[in-house]
Structures are given as structure tokens and as C-alpha cells.
Design a protein around this ligand. Structure first.
Ligand code: GLU
Length: 295
């Protein structure tokens, strides 16, 4: 029998808050309930926002909560070659294209299209879909701009990718989506448009690294917040394109602030370290997020 493998994958770009505590504790208890392994992965590809101090604080907060993980911890910044290899396969298969537009150009393009009152299509998070400008550039223009050293991101050509897969694909949802979705879910990555696969400043993106790492680490169960439910469609598409195994997914409820809003790393009040400094015990944290205290 294969041993189930779970992971908690925070980004060290802010202090862990109650939402992270809930996710880490849910992962950890689900792993122990089935005799599974529990891995910690540091998602630190955003070199401008992730710091060693914040990473050290993650280790401190998680151990204080009573969580134990296997060593060595996989730090994404140390594995860029793995993501580059996956990116190169997508470039080779012509499923991604170089993207030169700046944020300002994208904004201007969309504002222009919306000037007559029509609404530009939006993704599940409400952000406007990427315009088809870079996708339509000629091969010679792409080559020339890249040869001139102009920085480019790489975006998934979602239409080409769906045509390449050429059949519906699904994931097994053990938790719930925002509308209560559960069980087999038909993936609809087209809702996101041409997502970024590699950024201008780093040769990967959240979507690419997460699927490459889940596969390389043999993750069988992805347990994470419901805010990532819709992104799973993109992850499933990348798994199809790269021939990667498909884990079970379990999206759990988000811990909301008193104002009903999602917690953010910039809101110190619900930070684990801040609560600890104010005298909270690990068991108090578990109870605050509605879990049974183990300590
Ligand atoms: N690194 C992501 C975050 O902190 C989580 C990624 C995942 O669990 O798939 O939101």
C-alpha cells in the first residue's frame, strides 16, 4: 500500500496567521489519521517579498503549534532548474508564449476596450483576463524582441492547451468549493485565461512550481484553503500537459476576521506569534480555529 503524503506549503512573505494555523493543523491531523507523511514546503519564489526572517518565523510558529515535519524542507528557490525543465517542455510543445506587455499596457488596453461600457471578461477572482495581444504576435517579432534582451514572462496559451488535451478532465474534491462543490469536479481552466507560467523576474510561477513540486514530492493529498479551489483547474491542466500524477484535493473553509474578511498577512492582530506573545497557548490557537486542542 502506498503511504499518503500531505504537505503544508506556506510562502514566507508575511507572518503566519490563524488561517495558516488552521490549514497546517488540518493537514497534520489528516496525515496522522491515515498514517501518512507530512511535509513542509517553503514557497519562496517571490524573492522580493520572501525573507529568511519570515521563513525562520514559520518554523518557530509551526513547532510551537506542535507540528513535526520531515527534513529536509523543500525550498522552491533552491529548485528553479526543475521548474525551468517543465517550462522548456511547454515551450517546446508551443503551449506557452512569451509575454512582453507591462501591467500599464494591459490596463490601458482593457480600459480602452471598456470605454464604450462593455465589460472585459474577468477570472474567478475578478481580475481581467489577459488580452490576446502577446498571443497574436508573429514568430519573428517574438524572436527579435527576445534576442534584443527584452524581458518576457511566459503565459499559457489556454486554448491551445485545451485542444492539446482534447478531453474533459476532473479532480476529486474531498472538501468543498465556494458553492459547496464536492466529489468529481470538471476542471474549467479557461475561466482564468492565459495565466502566467513563468514571470519576467523568475523562471516560474506559483501554478508551475506547485504542480511540479507536488509531483516530485509524491504528494497524494493537497489540503489547502478554499481560496485556491478554482486555481485547481489550472493545476489539473498543467498536470495533463506535463503528464504528472493527480493528487486528491481537499479545500477547507477559510478562517475569517471579525469583519468577515479573509485574513491577510499584513493584519497583525491574528498573527500566531502576536497571539503567542500575548500569552496564548498552542491549545488556545487550535480552539480559536475550531479544532480540538492537541496540546
Ligand atoms: N503557497 C501558497 C500560499 O501560501 C499555498 C499553495 C498551496 O497550498 O497549493 O497561499
Amino acid at each position: 500500500m502506498t503511504v499518503p503524503v500531505f504537505r503544508f506549503a506556506p510562502s514566507p512573505n508575511g507572518a503566519l496567521h490563524l488561517g495558516h494555523a488552521y490549514s497546517a493543523l488540518r493537514n497534520y491531523s489528516m496525515a496522522s489519521a491515515v498514517g501518512g507523511r507530512f511535509l513542509l514546503r517553503i514557497e519562496d519564489i517571490d524573492t522580493t517579498r520572501c525573507t529568511p526572517e519570515l521563513e525562520a518565523a514559520i518554523y518557530r510558529d509551526l513547532s510551537w503549534l506542535g507540528i513535526e515535519w520531515e527534513e529536509p524542507v523543500r525550498r522552491q528557490s533552491e529548485h528553479l532548474a526543475d521548474y525551468t525543465e517543465a517550462l522548456e517542455r511547454l515551450i517546446e510543445a508551443e503551449l506557452v508564449y512569451p509575454s512582453f506587455m507591462s501591467r500599464g499596457e494591459v490596463r490601458a488596453y482593457i480600459a480602452d476596450r471598456e470605454a464604450d461600457g462593455t465589460t472585459w471578461p474577468r477570472d474567478p477572482e475578478g481580475a481581467p483576463l489577459f488580452p490576446p495581444v502577446d498571443r497574436s504576435r508573429s514568430e519573428s517579432e517574438r524572436r527579435r524582441r527576445m534576442e534584443e534582451g527584452e524581458p518576457c514572462a511566459w503565459r499559457l496559451d489556454v486554448e491551445a492547451a485545451l485542444a492539446y488535451v482534447a478531453r474533459p478532465f476532473f479532480w476529486e474534491e474531498g472538501g468543498n468549493g465556494p458553492e459547496g462543490e464536492t466529489g468529481p469536479i470538471a476542471a474549467k481552466p479557461g475561466l482564468w485565461g492565459d495565466v502566467v507560467i513563468a514571470r519576467k523576474e523568475v523562471p516560474t510561477s506559483y501554478h508551475l512550481s506547485v504542480v511540479v513540486d507536488d509531483a516530485l514530492q509524491g504528494i497524494t493529498h493537497v489540503v489547502r484553503g478554499r481560496d485556491l479551489f478554482h486555481a485547481t483547474a489550472v493545476h489539473r491542466l498543467l498536470q495533463e500537459l506535463l503528464g504528472l500524477p493527480v493528487p486528491h484535493y481537499h479545500h477547507h473553509a477559510l478562517i475569517l476576521g471579525e469583519d468577515g474578511r479573509k485574513l491577510s498577512k499584513s493584519r497583525g492582530d491574528t498573527g500566531i506569534a502576536a497571539l503567542r506573545d500575548a500569552g496564548a497557548a498552542p491549545g488556545d490557537i487550535a480552539r480559536m480555529v475550531g479544532l480540538q486542542a492537541t496540546a
